[in-house]
Design a protein around this ligand. Structure first.
Ligand code: F0G
Length: 481
């Protein structure tokens, strides 16, 4: 929550008490250099013990509530018909308004099932923006992904409050071009991840639904980051300032024919689900659940996580929970902007993002600007960001790099895990890095997997820049940090 201080500042304040903690350590710069070298300059390949502040992702890394942990103790481990599932289905019905629930082990499993049923070779899939696993599944099924975002979506220094909006004219044009029968569905991603956690407005979602429905095309809502999008609607969309996050969420759901979500984000567990009110969609998806995930009442999740997800879905629409990371991110982004660090604006959900092309204008995209930036942030801080740029794009059929629209270093803020002092520390180290940015050069691949290469690819720094950056850091801060 944001609380106004007597000097006029807004402070992101925690609406919870910390009762269980996990010890962390700050490995000194020399150790960080050894660790990132062993990891092939890929922060995915670092070990937790070498990380001080883990900002890789908000996926499965959120602090769970006392009620979630308590619910896990009473789970029902039946293979079929387990009571835990019915608690999840009740939460989905009461909070999200869907009659049919299909649990699955996480978000990409839901994407796989949707691809299997709805995406046929030659189909077109329209969306506000892709997510890495989304695009991979829909393309593997033979579909083509079209991202139909508005003019500000890729502007990293924008003030547009709804950069996740889908462009309605482009939607109409693509329907006219391909014909509704060739379009699997329109996918709206809440708090659009890869453009910086940017929300869409309810007005836009309703307009998308109206156009899609008029053409008989289903709307699929990726609700992985739903509570943050609902919170942004409350904060930024005039018509909803007096509406609760819970009611806004329900209204958003009313626009979706099918919902799917990774439960690892807004719901603070490890799992996923698909939900719908439309019997024919449920019937089409249902047979595949036991083939790929598990029986209908567990779908590959542990019954403990199902219990925790039922509670997490109820809790995520509480404004104190929905705002917990969004408000800290707003503080983070504002502090970066004050220090002239090129952060993505306006502040979004899930993470503070740094625009690597503005931070390191001397490193060309062909040398993986965001990859270099991400490794450099780890080297100077022990905070672990994630590359969201060209390394996160796979090569095209001819083997050429596909340059990403944006080169971002994503510093995720998992829910209820870190505090203002962690953020202040990271901003300070980013400011130091910005002053010393000329020391950072590009990267080149030394090992490159054929699909989703960002997970396991290994790279090396051009001109050994990592060691030189660490030398400069030690000269300013000493060998201990
Ligand atoms: N959709 C969105 C918007 C996501 O952010 C993610 C995952 C998925 C689908 C896939 O869900 O991980 O449960 O299989 N995002 C994570 C991230 C991985 O770090 O941003 P999953």
């Amino acid at each position: 929550m944001r609380i106004k201080l007597s000097d006029g500042r807004d402070l992101p304040i925690e609406m919870h008490k910390v009762r269980i903690v996990q010890q962390t350590t700050l490995p000194p710069a020399e150790q960080r250099l050894r660790a990132i070298t062993e990891a092939g300059y890929n922060t995915f390949l670092l070990r937790s013990r070498d990380i001080f502040i883990d900002m890789l992702t908000d996926s499965g890394t959120n602090a769970m509530s006392d009620n979630q942990l308590a619910a896990m103790m009473v789970s029902d481990d039946a293979y079929a018909g387990g009571e835990s599932f019915y608690k999840l289905a009740d939460a989905v019905r009461e909070v999200l308004g869907f009659e049919f629930t299909l649990p699955c082990h996480q978000g990409r499993a839901a994407e796989h099932l949707l691809a299997k049923v709805f995406v046929k070779p030659g189909d077109q899939v329209l969306m506000n923006y892709h997510f890495t696993t989304t695009k991979a599944h829909f393309e593997l099924a033979g579909g083509t992904v079209h991202e139909i975002y508005g003019p500000d979506a890729l502007k990293t220094d924008s003030t547009n409050p709804f950069k996740g909006n889908l462009d309605l004219q482009k939607l109409k044009d693509l329907i006219a071009k391909f014909g509704a029968a060739k379009i699997s569905f329109v996918r709206m991603e809440a708090t659009t991840n890869l453009i910086g956690g940017q929300p869409f407005s309810l007005e836009n979602l309703k307009a998308v639904r109206a156009i899609a429905a008029a053409n008989g095309i289903p709307v699929v809502l990726d609700a992985s980051l739903i509570s943050e999008n609902a919170y942004f609607i409350k904060r930024r969309e005039k018509a909803y300032q007096q509406t609760s996050v819970a009611d806004i969420t329900r209204e958003m759901m009313g626009q979706a024919d099918i919902l799917y979500m990774s439960g690892r984000k807004s719901a603070s567990v490890r799992g996923g689900l698909i939900a719908t009110n439309i019997r024919k969609h449920f019937d089409a998806l249902r047979p595949w659940l036991p083939v790929y995930e598990g029986f209908l009442t567990y779908g590959g999740m542990s019954s403990k996580e199902i219990e925790a997800m039922a509670v997490g879905i109820r809790e995520m629409v509480d404004e104190a929970v929905a705002s917990s990371s969004a408000d800290l991110i707003e503080y983070f982004v504002n502090e970066m902007v004050k220090r002239e660090i090129p952060a993505v604006t306006p502040p979004g959900g899930l993470a503070g993002h740094v625009d690597a092309m503005r931070f390191l204008p001397h490193v060309p995209q062909a040398q993986y600007t965001a990859g270099a930036m991400t490794a450099a942030i780890y080297l100077v801080s022990g905070a672990r960001p994630m590359e969201r740029g060209t390394i996160s794009m796979d090569r095209d059929a001819k083997g050429n790099d596909v340059l990403s629209d944006l080169e971002l270093s994503r510093l995720a803020v998992p829910r209820r895990v870190y505090s203002v002092s962690h953020i202040d520390y990271v901003v300070d180290r980013l400011a130091w890095l910005h002053k010393n940015r000329k020391l950072v050069k590009g990267l080149r691949f030394i090992e490159e997997p054929p699909v989703l290469r960002f997970f396991m690819g290994r790279l090396e720094p051009l001109e050994n820049w990592g060691a030189k950056l660490v030398e400069a850091f030690k000269a300013d801060f000493g060998p201990e940090v």
